[in-house]
Write a protein that binds this ligand. Structure first.
Ligand code: C2E
Ligand code: CA
Ligand code: CA
Ligand code: CA
Length: 288
């Protein structure tokens, strides 16, 4: 943001353009470098935390799962959101150790809650494109389930529409192998990429998450509503369940319920919660 402003001024200054541009870029590069150095240590020093966002089944009104979302508790900068460091982790390759940690921690936590007597929840874990291409996710999943003693049916792997569609046949095999273990696969951010509804038929996925940007337009935009109904019809046909993400209003929830959406996730229900608060949420929403 700071750099953008400086560049904007630079454009309007003419002759000192280079100097301004240069300074802005240097500051940005220094910030990045600093963050990257910190990120390396952060994973080892246990500064990463997972927050959990509850997911509700509309038909039964029951809590059925949660999505694990990573945050960085920086010693001086405070809580840092994933969009500020995931891209950096991807570019630097640090996404590999980070992703391993996230997967193990999510499985460990889900198992811990089960052992504590809460109703068993499915935990959804985000896997980035880079991670998916660089490592044997299937083997990693096997290892982490075994270490944490979590049953496969309680784990769901989320991959974005773009990363699934780009990956081609080899990765379809990888997805099949993960599914073969009993782990679910969800296509994240659906509606932001270019895949057609028809293409869904061929994909080895169990769940489709309709992107927030799409849900935002419901119920005002009639075109979005028509498309949503088509998505419901198509996924039902293919035996894929549907999750709406970023649900914020009861109007959206009503529409989704009436038109056969299976699960919702969003601020209407809850923001992502730190483990202790999620535990409280579970205690309030699980039957005794
Ligand atoms: P995502 O997977 O699409 O996750 C949903 C994001 O939407 C989360 O942001 C969540 O806090 C936010 N959200 C959920 N409901 C609402 C709502 O009702 N309103 C609004 N305004 N926002 C809502 P968050 O936690 O900042 O994560 C952003 C992205 O960072 C994620 O998008 C995901 O792509 C990535 N990410 C998060 N954790 C991980 C991780 O462990 N590994 C990887 N590879 N990526 C992650
Ligand atoms: Ca996700
Ligand atoms: Ca998403
Ligand atoms: Ca998203």
């Amino acid at each position: 943001k700071h750099a953008d402003t400086a560049m904007y001024h630079a454009k309007n200054l003419g002759k000192n353009t280079y100097q301004f541009y240069h300074n802005a870029m240097t500051t940005k590069a220094m910030e990045r470098h600093e963050l990257l150095t910190d990120l390396r240590k952060a994973i080892e020093q246990g500064q990463m935390v997972l927050h959990y966002q509850p997911q509700l089944e509309l038909k039964s009104g029951e809590l059925i799962g949660c999505e694990a979302l990573v945050r960085w508790e920086h010693p001086t900068k405070g809580l840092i959101a994933p969009l500020r460091f995931i891209p950096l982790a991807e570019e630097s390759g640090l996404i590999v150790p980070l992703g391993e940690w996230v997967l193990e921690e999510a499985c460990r936590q889900a198992r811990e809650w089960q052992l504590a007597g809460f109703k068993p929840l499915k935990v959804a874990v985000n896997v980035s494109n880079i991670q998916f291409n660089r490592m044997d996710i299937c083997q990693l999943v096997t290892d982490k389930l075994s270490i944490t003693e979590l049953e496969a049916k309680y784990l769901l792997i989320e991959l974005t529409e773009t990363s699934i569609m780009q990956s081609g046949d080899v990765s379809f095999e990888m997805l099949q192998a993960i599914k073969g273990q009993g782990v679910g696969i969800a296509m994240d951010d659906f509606g932001t990429g270019y895949s057609s509804l028809g293409a869904l038929k061929k994909l080895p996925i169990d769940n489709l998450k309709v992107d927030k940007s799409f849900i935002d337009e419901i119920p005002e935009n009639s075109e979005s509503k028509v498309i949503f109904k088509a998505i419901v019809a198509m996924t039902k046909q293919f035996g894929i369940s549907l999750t709406a993400e970023g649900v914020e209003t009861s109007e959206q929830c009503d529409f989704l319920q009436i038109h056969g959406c299976d699960f919702i996730q969003g601020y209407l229900l809850s923001k992502p919660l730190p483990p202790k608060e999620m535990e409280q949420f579970l205690a309030n929403h699980s039957e005794p």
